[in-house]
Design a binder for this molecule. Sequence first.
Ligand code: PMP
Length: 416
Amino acid sequence: MDFKRELEGIREAGLYRSLRRMESASSRTVRVEGREMLMCASNNYLGLADHPLLQETAMEAIRRFGTGSGGSRLTTGNTALHESLERELAAFKGTEAAVLFNTGYMANVAALTALVGAGDLILSDRLNHASLIDGARLSRAEVQVYEHCDLDDLEKKVSSAREGSMSTREELTGATALDEGDSTRGSQGRYRRILIVTDGVFSMDGDIAPLPDICDLAERWGADVMVDDAHATGVLGAKGAGTADHFGCQHRVAVQMGTMSKALGAEGGYIAGSREMIEFLINRARPFIFSTAQSPAVIGAVLAALQIVQSEPERRESLLRRATRLRNEMLAAGFDVLPGETPILGVVLGEADRAVAFARELEAQGVFAPAIRPPTVPAGTSRIRLTLTAAHTDEDVGTITDAFTNARQALSTHAL
Ligand code: PMP
């Protein structure tokens, strides 16, 4: 492969990516290549990544179990901490059981490759995260993409998949599609199983999937629902348990995926659901079977994070209040902020070059929020993805809006 030419092509398209070096970071600020800036792009939503209790419990876990777990969960890596975190996560999510994976990416790939296969259908929102897309591709199920949060398009696709058959949930034998044993085509339609897969909160737009409506559709047509709650866990819902908690529909979602890498301040992913499904994943999910268990330190930190999420609701309340304030101020300043109610604000700027230049100007103003370009977002919608954490202040909201206004001014005088 001619890497030099390939790289030139990437550069010419304005899509070249290079690594930036963080020299230290708190939940509010970051030192990047010698400059201290306001951190406005981290997924550390509740500001827990530098919380003393997480650090202490991580340290305790290291003292008790060492820095590495030394084997996969099914061999020597299954510590009491891993089991205890799985129990806590299941209780938090309102499910019978949960299983950990090393990353959120791996959790999605693991679930999709284990739960569906040839002869099954995945219906996937157009803006779903790359890990869901990759898991769907690897699963060998047929994949149909429905338009973003478009219930009419979803219904059209699910109904035509069930067409001409005994197909609705009422006509099926009563078991959910995911409860059934093999993945061969059955007599109830063109597909044995249909799995509707959606992000709970969309990572680059910050909007929330209409989960109760998706569950209605799934129940009507004999499909199951999987929700990726990477950005909702710890942030949305009466007890901070995510999108299903936000809408009160925990019991209607067969597969609840989440990450510990965002609001929970550490790293890792999990799947929560029925006990049998979790047991099945432990037996069949290759990323679980063939990878070393997470470091005890990470598990220790997340155990503390889960306690804080549940005992300090004021963290997410003030975060959401401040995010609404930032959204309103940015809209009032004339920026194209995508609609949403979460701490993720997609500020759309258009072409990749403009987003990159904008990010550079923001840095000059002391605000760190890198440009997001294709293929992460659709062409022509390059943007700054702004996020707040519970550590930001009201004053920071003003600083961010001023930095955007100044950056726009600077770019209009330099003419792009
Ligand atoms: N799902 C979504 C919606 C995400 O945004 C991300 C990470 N950006 C992941 C899954 C993957 O999670 P992790 O970073 O823990 O691998």
